[in-house]
Design a protein around this ligand. Structure first.
Ligand code: PGA
Length: 222
């Protein structure tokens, strides 16, 4: 049987309230999708939503690290996946590729699957990203910073551009590769059909229940 497509919803620092988050999650969950749908809400909502994913984690499992959340804590809440190395972490919070790699190793030790973002410098980034990790328990995302819908200098990635990047990643990695950057219900099918990916990472379009449900349906049909 073909493996299910993976759709990871990165809610970022949205929505503002738990009740809005509950409303969005329950609308999405009313649908029975033939895809693996992973909601990644902000930390404070994870327990109440019983979400499968988180947007980041620290690189220690416990201890004196004010403000951090550990992979062990996420695992204990029922998370299975954690997004790591998102370009916004790098841009606004000074995260380096070495830090991302430490987080990936810690996440794996806790039994989580890292969903690791790779930007424009594919080869160098992957070289650091994969150190000490088990590549059979890893998901990679091709997501150049400029393709994100909220990017200052936005530039579109076509499915053909995506395919070139995915082919380059394939030289070093056999597992699932996703595409992220302005994916919506209208363009999602093309990334599966011509972009060579097994899933997508979705930001803005995951915040509207109707749009996100349509996106997942179109992904399944692609
Ligand atoms: P976007 O965000 O879908 O709004 O472009 C994707 C992401 O940043 O992961």
């Amino acid at each position: 049987m073909e493996k299910k497509k993976l759709v990871v919803a990165n809610w970022k620092m949205n929505p503002k309230t738990l009740s809005e988050a509950q409303e969005l999650a329950s609308a999405v969950r009313q649908e029975a999708f033939e895809a693996e749908v992973v909601l990644c809400p902000p930390y404070p909502f994870i327990a109440s939503l019983k979400s499968l994913g988180a947007q980041d984690c620290g690189w220690e499992q416990s201890g004196a690290y004010t403000g951090e959340v550990s992979p062990a804590q996420l695992k204990d809440l029922g998370c299975e996946y954690v997004i790591l190395g998102h370009s916004e972490r790098k841009k606004y919070f000074g995260e380096t590729r070495e830090m991302v790699n430490k987080k990936a190793q810690a996440a794996m030790q806790a039994g989580l699957t890292p969903v690791m973002c790779i930007g424009e410098n594919i080869e160098q980034e992957m070289e650091i990203a994969l150190v000490g990790t088990d590549p059979t328990r890893l998901v990679l995302v091709y997501e150049p910073e400029w393709a994100i819908s909220t990017a200052e200098h936005f530039k579109e990635v076509t499915p053909e551009d995506c395919k070139i990047a995915v082919d380059a990643m394939r030289k070093q990695f056999e597992g699932p590769i996703l595409y992220g950057g302005s994916v919506d219900s209208r363009n999602v099918a093309r990334f599966f059909q011509r972009g060579g990916v097994q899933g997508v990472l979705v930001g803005s379009a995951s915040l509207d229940a109707h749009e996100f449900i349509q996106l997942v349906k179109n992904a399944v049909l692609a």
